[in-house]
Design a protein. Structure first.
Length: 117
């Protein structure tokens, strides 16, 4: 479910000539690996909320050099204590994490230095 949203988000940044999902025979300059994806509605407090967490790793493919890795997380409170409220919170949480991911990738690609990535 996350792959199409992630691809659309990356395409909208205009950092990339083309974004393809894996596996592919296409050779690219960079590879972004996403792992440890968690998307859950939590009822541990009121209001409940939705948490998304993932780990991203950016690799420069020619030299097989890892440029950086980052863990990203967002928690958004739900407007109601039902599945629909969880979905609304999930949409906001996913948007925030993807914005953070794109900001991080931007700093990596614009050569802001080793510490940025």
């Amino acid at each position: 479910m996350m792959a199409p949203v992630l691809l659309q988000s990356l395409e909208r940044t205009n950092f990339w000539r083309v974004v393809v999902s894996m596996p592919t025979a296409a050779r690219g300059d960079y590879r972004l690996d996403i792992s440890g994806l968690v998307l859950q509605q939590e009822f541990l407090q009121r209001p409940s909320g939705t948490r998304i967490r993932l780990r991203a790793q950016l690799t420069e493919t020619k030299e097989q050099r890892i440029l950086g890795a980052r863990s990203l997380e967002s928690f958004e409170p739900a407007p109601s204590e039902d599945a629909y409220g969880g979905v609304l919170a999930a949409n906001r949480a996913v948007t925030r994490v993807l914005e953070s991911l794109n900001d991080w990738l931007s700093s990596c690609l614009q050569g802001a230095g080793k510490d940025a990535c």
